[in-house]
Every structure is written in C-alpha cells, then in structure tokens.
Design a protein around this ligand. Sequence first.
Ligand code: PMP
Length: 503
Amino acid sequence: MTTNEFPAGAGDWSSLIADLAADRAGELFPTSPAAVPDRETAREFRLDGGELQTIIDRLPADFARTSVPAEASGAIPGHSSAGADPFQNGFRPLVAPLAAAPGGWDAQAIHRDFPILSEKVDGKNLVWLDNGATTQKPRQVIDRLVYFYEHENSNIHRSAHTLAARASDAFEKARGTVAGFIGAPSAENIVFVRGATEGVNLVASACRSRQKPGDEIIVSHLEQHANIVPWQLACQETGAVLKVIPVTDRGELRLDEYGRLLGPRTKMVAVAQVSNVLGAIVPVREIVQAAKRYGALTLIDGAQSAAHLPVNMAELDCDFFVFSGHKVYGPTGIGVLYGRREALEIMPPYQSGGNMIADVTFGRTLYQPPPARFEAGTADIAGAVGLGAALEYLSALGMAAVSLHEAELAAYAGEALRRVNGLRLVGEPPERTGVFSFVIDGVADEAVSGRLRAAGVAVRVGHHCAQPIHRRFSLERSVRASLGVYNTREEIDFLVSLLRNLR
Ligand code: PMP
C-alpha cells in the first residue's frame, strides 16, 4: 500500500497505520533515531499527529522517542513542560495528549481533560450525550483562550505593535492548523466563518452570480436546514431548481437516483458527510466524483463528520467543505469554509468592508485574494485560536483512534438501544457514526427527555433542524443521543437503563 491510497472506513485506518509502522518507518525516519519527524513529514504522508504518534509508539526500541526534542513536544497550556513555548512549536500533536495513554484509549484521562464533565447538574453527574448539538471543551482549549486574552489580545494585521504581531501570528497559525487537520494544500484554502451555517450561506450567496434560470442544485433528503434553505434562497433569486436525492428506508442515499438527477444543468451538489439525525455516513467521495463528470461544483457539510472521522480534502476532492468550531471541541462563533483555490478565486465577495479590500476609492474597490476576500471586518480572533487548540487536541488523540473509539461505542449503543422495548431508531444506516435518533412507542418525547434530564443525562429533543428527514420517516420530532470522545459504555448502559424503565 502506498500512502497515497487512503482507505475510507475507520477500521481500515488502523491497518493503514499498522502498515505504515511496519513498512514506512524507514522513510519517515530515514537516517537514524536522531531524525525528527515534523509537520512537513506528517503533511507529506498525510498523517495527523496521533497517527504519527502511533507509528512512533510502534517503532523498535532503538528509535528511542528521546529523539523528539523537548521543544518539539508541544506542551499545552496548563499541562506544559517547563520552558517549552507552547505556541511556537512546529508540530505539537506529536506529543500524545494527557488522554492518550500509550497503548490505548484512556477514557478517564479524556474525561478529566473536560472540566464541565465534573459538574453536578441538578445534583447529578453530567452525562453529555448532546454532542451533535455542541461538544464540551477540553482544558487545553479553555486555557488557550485565557492565554490569548491575557498575553496576545489585539486586532490583527493592521497595527504595527507587538500584541498585533502576536495576535496575527496566533490567528494565522490556527489557519495553518485547520489546513493540516483537514489535509488542505495550504492555509490559503481556509476561510474563517462563524460556523457551518455561514459557510454554506457564503458559498450559496457567492455562487448566485454564476447561476441562471433552469440550472439545478442537488441536495439530499438527509440535510440539516443549513444545507437546504440557503440553496432555496439562491433558487428563488436565480430561477435555478432544487433537486433532492432520496433515501432508502434504512437512511442510505439512493445513489441510483442521484445518477439520474445529475445532468448538464447541475451546477452544484451540496450534501452532508454525516446526517445529524440518522448518523448515516454518506459516500461523499463517490458523490463528488459523479458531480465532477458534469462539471458541477461540490460542497460537503462536515458539521457532523469533522470531529468524528478523519477527513482529508485531497481524498474527498470536493470544491468546498464546511464545519463548525463548537462541534469539534472548540469555541462557538467560529467555523471553517475550505475552498479549492480555483473555486474560491472565482467567487465574488460575500460581505464587504475592512480587511477584504486591497484598495478603495469612491469610484471602485479592489479586493484581496482569498481567503481575506471572504473575511470582512474583525474576525473572531480568539475563537480561531481556540479552534486551532481544539484541532490540536483531536490530532493528538489521533483521528483514527477517535473514529475507532466512536465506532465501537456506536456499535455497542446501537445494540443496546435496539433491545429497549418499544424503542424505534430513526433509520438504520449500515455505515454510521454515534448519532442515534429515536422515539419510544407510547411515551412522549418530553417524558423521555424529562426522565433523562432528572438523571443528569443531556440529550436533544425536537426536529434537530432537519424536518424533511424526520417527515421521510413519518415523524415530526425525535430524541437524539449523540456520542463524542469522552463517552463510555457505562454511560450508554445508564442511558439504556433509564429508557427501559419508561414504559
Ligand atoms: N449541518 C449539520 C449536519 C449540522 O448538524 C449542523 C448543526 N446542527 C449544521 C449544519 C449547522 O451548524 P452551525 O449551527 O454550527 O452553523
């Protein structure tokens, strides 16, 4: 296997890493134990920090880990080793986070990384199963935000003083971290936005100028409203037509129907990589490839995938990819629009004002090239820096390890939920993440959530901003339990024991 052949499934990633550890060690560490793997090595092999760490852990003893110099160890604020500058290192994720104990997944250590998980809620231990709505934040992110405001706070780019330089460096470093995390070719592919919603709105709005009556935009039946309504608005304005890929009773996209929808009029295909209701993993790579045959642009909504699966832009080959910081263990108010360079370059500005201009007279304005062209006004600077810390945290855990942990937990949760009398899962997609929506016959959703709330278990109730897919299953609403890195089998057992006693 060459490192350019990337398998899709989570299970395959672990074997890829094993292969790499066995076969590619000589290439990763070509000379001697003194050779230090760095960010460039990781980029070249398209590995995240956790994966590299796994390889390092599996190397023979003579590749002593002491070959990684202390200053490359990338200490995290609050947990830093003396003297190391936590934010200027080349490739911090080489160091396992506190949570990633050698040789395994240390659920307790991960739990300790998230202060809010020790919070008593109404006198009960908090069990956070609302990760689809938002994730909790590790100490590393919280400390990074505090560090920013205590040591770096300034507006960026415009002033010529030390704090402006620190804030600008931190902000642009975060852009690079995002690029590395999603395997984007460069930081210039990364536009900071408020979240996935703004990312889709930006693209839908900017692409309007290229659409004409009769053009077609394809979404899927699985979409969250954020990936439906912006396209409806675009259609209303341009006369383009919205087409919808249907799903099977299990919740899989009907790729045969998708093939029939595609045609020379297709201008945009916008689909979620993971459904926020069913947890279904959508074969987005195939969808993108098919769209390309008709010259259509493609947008992948990664709101429910970026924190749960390894994502790689070279692999997906899409034009645009969006995700939200708060769903990847980072702050609210910040998110990412990835754009292929050629795709970003043809788009006109979305909002206008400072920061996005090259030159202004009253007669005309010249714009900055992307990404600045799409970042009018003062950005959420601290948010971006906090997002960078969140992605470094995930990278240090290793996205392969994260997705394996969650796949195991999802399999366990699926079986346990199916055994609850009267419980009906919304969809049964064969490829899924740990998002489970369900109803219990004869028990109102509020009664379910009320019982769970009283026991300290946080789930979501409602339509989860995805009414069309609920209606596809003849429902208006459901209860949703969604998993993250800190969840455990014990928490699933607790959830199920509460649900069992409801009828
Ligand atoms: N897409 C999907 C699939 C989602 O689950 C969500 C959030 N529930 C969004 C888009 C919108 O994310 P945000 O509200 O963070 O912009």
